[in-house]
Design a protein around this ligand. Structure first.
Ligand code: GAR
Length: 219
């Protein structure tokens, strides 16, 4: 049975679109049953509508407290019989109560190699810090922003010529591959969450280190 997924968005929705595309594969272990935005008219809603996925806008400004907003989110997700929740550019902090209700069934994507560079303006801060590798992370949601057990990461070299915009574009392209991969790992049961770690049984693929700057010649 494909896991029933709810996606929370606040804006552009390019990661949502990547998940929608992935779900088209007949053997993909998840299907998106609801896309929920806290921002009326968020561009990402149109991706869901084009794919005939149910959409809902719950504007946080209509609620007096975070608790009341999160309770409305929760009710909508339960009504749609959502089993797994994916934040895809959802720019609201959840209450601890909401996180507890969706504990270990709730993913987020962040455009850095966590635990480094949580929060906003990630790429600008990455460049200012002078690191030579950045990337993106899909993790299990915990009450602290951009923290929680790591499901999957992709590393992207930071180039000397990079601006926040050029780095963001390359990281975003990796996000679009990483999120479907990570959701498949969780939805299929290929990984399990043990405390604050995500445990996997196999490690396939390239095992070689990624050097940045690159190593050339016989070094
Ligand atoms: C993505 O880069 C995502 O990683 C980031 O917001 C962007 C949303 O783009 N999320 C965070 O920074 C969470 N802390 P999208 O709406 O096109 O998917």
């Amino acid at each position: 049975m494909r896991k029933r997924v709810g996606v929370l968005i606040s804006g552009r929705g390019s990661n949502l679109q990547a998940l929608i595309e992935a779900c088209k594969a007949p053997d993909y272990p998840a299907e998106i049953v609801l896309v929920l935005s806290n921002v009326p008219g968020a561009a990402g809603l149109s991706h869901a509508e084009a794919a005939y996925i149910q959409t809902l806008t719950i504007n946080h400004k209509d609620f007096a407290t975070r608790e009341a907003f999160d309770a409305a989110l929760d009710a909508a997700l339960i009504q749609a019989r959502v089993e797994l929740l994916c934040n895809a550019g959802f720019m609201r902090l959840h209450t601890a109560g909401f996180v507890a209700r969706w504990l270990n069934r709730h993913l987020n994507i962040h455009p850095s190699l966590l635990p480094a560079f949580t929060g906003l303006h990630t790429h600008k801060r990455v460049i200012e810090a002078g690191v030579t590798l950045s990337g993106c992370t899909v993790h299990i949601v915990r009450p602290e922003m951009d923290e929680g057990p790591i499901v999957a990461q992709a590393a992207i070299p930071v180039l000397p010529s990079d601006t926040a915009e050029t780095l963001a574009a390359r990281v975003l392209a990796a996000e679009h591959r990483l999120y479907p991969h990570a959701l498949a790992l969780v939805a299929s049961g290929a990984v399990r969450i043990e405390g604050e770690r995500v445990v996997r049984t196999t490690q396939e693929g390239d095992q070689s280190p990624l050097f940045s700057p690159p190593v050339s010649g016989a070094l």
